[in-house]
Ligand binder design. Structure first.
Ligand code: ALA
Length: 883
């Protein structure tokens, strides 16, 4: 067994692999991003993903053979290994897959021969420790191993579909039987060759797939015109075998990351139970670093949600072993140091990645400890219950209050031999959405009745990009509730409409409609399946159904001013998006938006507050783009083409094959279905009214355009004038005047405090005259006039100075929930060993008031002033027993 780790460093293994296949006619292709060029896949989860199309259409491939080292992420979606990470010693979320591929070129014989040759001739693996598996029906592969290679037949295992049939990587696509190569590590585990239950013993390191089929949406296996080859060799598993280290997490390129994580765990890292948790956290940090460096950001949806889950899983796994401080940034540094020789792009993004993980981490850590406590209680209760299932409401509470992804709770539950109620979780989630009024606009109050059919139209066509009026035929009708029973509404759908239905952040159109003699005031428009519904107030006494049945043909007119005002805001949203990217960087991605007639807001990923000068620069860029009066155009095109021209799409959003691209000359290009202006000049004035946070790493800009912006500016000027009048200065002197006023207030407050202290000293003298002596300790109890706690403390200080050897109990006489102080003079502390803190502790125990402090002074919160005598008596009794 060769154990020369230098010779077999990960970097050398990668080089060996690519050299070997390059020498056999393969084009060496660089890794594609983790973010696949396919909206139906969550992440690139195999080496073949970037080549998918070439297997079904070899003629379209620029090369017949290729080899690559592909970054892969298997966390979420169909190909997830997430739950296994931190349980086995061989699974990762992020890993690198070495692969050789044939697109209708060579087939099984070469694939098997080269897999064997590279393993035993170049890498000198011990043939006696190797095993292979083939698909149970694949006699051809069995024979190739036995006859062509001369592999002993008792170490060729036939396995079923679950193990030896690979793909497709999404719901449809390339798949076929496979043959896998294993190495017996000698680690504990069931003997006798690879099987499902052999655990970590037989390392499955190389999967040779023989793609022969295309699995269709209809569930059929279509034979490919020419079969190909798709292999995947896991770099860590290969390194384990050749470096002779104990597991994947101790290979040359993984160990430094693991060590960095273990260091943050501190002493707890030595615990046996911590080892798997450290592995998992190190794995997750590596995955996060690569994904964030590519510009994918944590969020509550889609890919971003997977990242958030990884991060939270890493933190929760380590929490029981004593990690309390944010540690991810250090671990990210270790990933960058270790991996940047082969992935230089990591270095440039390191600072950004660290800021993002730390922002997320800080947010989660603050609730983590409480969350874990709660989780343990919840699991305990479920353990004691008959169903042994964690109720959905608890899963939801852990999610909503403590940020525990439900999948994470489920994992902890499974570890404890319990289940979770997923349906219950969903309904709690739904109930909360309804409580918070999930939908925008009045459409949210629809009572969900079925539509009565007026005309037989299955879908509504939107014809309102250019026109604002059209004739239309009614399709369906229902009555709808308003906020009160006096508000009567109807909702009607039509075969076609110029009314824009709420979508893509843009609110629905309003306007007028007429059916027969009935004039309708349309207040909102939204989609219901394939149809577009108009919501109109119903004021007439007649029956809407009769009216629509009698006059199914009508006229629709969109409110032009409102539409135009909305379009101003929508076009401005695109300008803002482009300006934010140019000022803050390309990581700025839209996280949500609301486009209304009077304002708009735009949420985006960014990890810190915008500086005032950044806001000003963004405003400036947008205003320049408005003044340049650029033309705005929309065009339909295939999704792929749109993305290729650099149009911005939303992460995690599903788009159809054909998309609409809205361009503002060369300034901005976005996939968008909304209504826009023809020229940016129509926007008029533009202002950012506010910038703030809406979540970890998500900022919100609220802005105004057109008449709204004008009104805003006018209001600001009016306000400024009225403040100036109030201050009796010219508007430009407001600043100076306010400064002087603040200085005056400051001086007055100081004077007030001085007076109060003097008064306190005087009245402390009065209090002292009522002192009694207990043993040789002076004792004073007094209710005093002190507006706030600081002045009560000043009083206490004054009293303490006057007491020789003494203890005083004082309280606010007027406050709602008065505060009580116990003060102990220096000599009482040093000569009599009396401590205010100790007495307070006894009071907390005996009278159950909350308090605490130091030897000389401690503070207790009272329910009301009547409680004071009980406290004073307690102190008196305590002194008696001491002296
Ligand atoms: N595509 C195959 C896999 O991912 C090689 O295992």
């Amino acid at each position: 067994m060769p154990q020369d780790s230098q010779r077999y460093s990960a970097a050398n293994l990668v080089r060996d692999f690519l050299d070997y296949f390059a020498a056999r006619g393969h084009d060496v292709v660089p890794s594609a991003p983790l973010l696949p060029d396919d909206p139906t896949l969550l992440f690139t989860a195999a080496g073949m993903v970037p080549f998918k199309g070439y297997f079904s259409d070899p003629a379209s491939a620029p090369y017949a053979r290729a080899a690559s080292v592909q970054k892969c992420l298997r966390a979420g979606g169909k190909q997830s290994d997430l739950e296994n990470v931190g349980r086995t010693l061989r699974h990762h979320t992020f890993f690198e897959m070495l692969g050789n591929f044939s697109f209708g070129d060579y087939f099984k014989k070469e694939a098997i021969e080269w897999g064997w040759d590279l393993s035993v001739e170049i890498w000198k693996m011990d043939p006696a420790r190797m095993w292979v598996s083939v698909f149970e029906e694949d006699d051809e592969a069995f024979e190739l191993w036995e006859k062509h290679i001369g592999f002993p037949r008792d170490r060729i295992v036939r396995m079923g579909r679950a193990d030896n049939f690979w793909g497709p990587v999404g719901d449809t696509g390339i798949c076929g039987p496979s043959s896998e190569m294993y190495y017996d590590s000698g680690r504990p585990g069931k003997e006798g060759g690879p099987a499902v239950e052999s655990g970590d013993r037989y390392i499955e390191y190389w999967n040779l797939v023989f793609p022969q089929f295309f699995y269709t949406a209809g569930g059929k296996y279509d034979l490919l015109p020419r079969p190909g080859i798709d292999t995947g060799l896991g770099l860590e598993r290969l390194a384990v075998i050749l470096q002779g280290v104990e597991d994947n997490f101790h290979t040359d390129e993984f160990l430094p990351i693991r060590t960095a994580v273990a260091k943050s765990v501190g002493d707890g890292a030595r615990e046996e139970a911590a080892q798997l948790a450290i592995n998992a956290a190190a794995d997750h940090v590596r995955a996060l670093t690569f994904a964030l460096a590519e510009g994918i950001v944590p969020s509550n949806e889609g890919r971003g949600y997977v990242l958030r889950r990884l991060l939270r899983r890493a933190l929760t796994k380590l929490q029981p072993f004593g990690v309390r401080e944010p540690f991810l940034a250090d671990a990210v540094d270790a990933v960058v140091r270790t991996m940047s020789p082969r992935y230089p792009e990591l270095t440039a993004r390191a600072a950004l990645v660290k800021e993002m993980v730390t922002a997320e981490e800080e947010r989660f850590i603050s609730t983590l400890e409480q969350g874990m406590g709660r989780l343990e209680r919840v699991l305990d209760e479920a353990r004691g219950s008959r169903s042994r299932v964690v109720p959905g409401a608890e899963v939801f509470m852990l999610y909503d209050t403590f940020g525990f992804p439900p999948e994470l709770t489920e994992e902890f539950a499974l570890d404890a031999g319990l289940g979770i109620d997923r349906d219950g979780f969903q309904s709690s989630m739904q109930a909360q959405k309804e409580r918070s009024g999930g939908a925008i606009g009045v459409a949210g109050t629809t009572n969900g009745e079925k539509f009565i059919t007026i005309g037989d139209f299955k879908r509504s066509e939107f014809v309102g990009y250019d026109a604002l009026s059209c004739d239309a035929s009614a399709a369906g009708l229902r009555r709808a509730r308003g906020a009160t029973t006096d508000d009567q509404y109807i909702e009607f759908t039509t075969d076609r409409t110029v009314f824009y239905p709420e979508g893509g952040g843009q609110v629905g159109d309003a306007g007028r409609a007429r059916f027969g003699d009935t004039e309708l005031n349309v207040v909102d428009t939204f989609r219901v399946g394939d149809r577009i519904a108009h919501r109109a107030s119903w004021t007439s006494a007649g029956d809407p159904e009769e009216i629509f049945q009698a006059h199914p043909g009508g006229r629709l007119d969109v409110d032009r001013e409102r539409r135009l005002a909305t379009a101003r805001n929508h076009t401005a949203t695109h300008l803002l998006h482009a300006a934010l990217r140019s000022v803050l960087g390309d990581h700025v991605a839209q996280a949500g938006s609301l486009v209304a007639p009077d304002r708009f807001r735009f949420d985006f990923h960014h990890f810190q507050a915008m500086k005032p000068e950044e806001v000003a620069e963004v405003e400036h860029i947008v205003t320049e783009a408005i003044m340049a009066d650029m033309s705005v155009t929309a065009q339909s095109m295939p999704y792929k083409e749109a993305i290729a021209t650099g149009a911005m799409a939303l992460f995690g959003e599903k788009y159809g094959d054909t998309v609409r691209v809205v361009s503002v000359e060369d300034f901005s290009r976005e996939l968008c279905g909304g209504t826009h202006l023809a020229h940016t000049g129509e926007i008029g004035p533009f202002f950012i009214r506010q910038e703030g946070a809406v979540g970890a790493g998500i900022r919100r800009v609220e802005a105004l355009t057109g008449a709204g912006a004008f009104r805003f500016a006018k209001a600001l000027v009016a306000e400024r004038n009225s403040i100036a009048a109030l201050l009796k200065v010219a508007p430009e002197d407001i600043d100076k005047r306010v400064r002087t006023l603040l200085d005056d207030v400051d001086a007055m407050q100081k004077q007030l405090r001085r007076d109060e202290s003097r008064q306190a000293r005087d009245s402390a003298g009065d209090a002292l005259s009522a002192a009694i002596t207990i043993g040789d300790v002076t004792f004073v109890a007094a209710k005093v006039e002190a507006g706030d706690v600081p002045s009560l403390r000043r009083y206490g200080d004054a009293l303490r100075e006057k007491l020789q050897t003494g203890v005083a109990v004082i309280s606010q006489s007027q406050a709602d929930k008065p505060v009580c102080l116990i003060v102990v003079s220096d000599r009482a502390v040093s000569e009599k060993s009396i401590s205010a803190a100790d007495i307070t502790r006894e009071i907390s125990k005996a009278l159950s008031f909350r308090g605490g402090g130091k030897k000389h002074m401690a503070q207790i919160g009272l329910g009301n002033i009547e409680d004071f005598d009980r406290v004073a008596d307690f102190v008196k009794e305590t002194l008696k027993s001491l002296t």
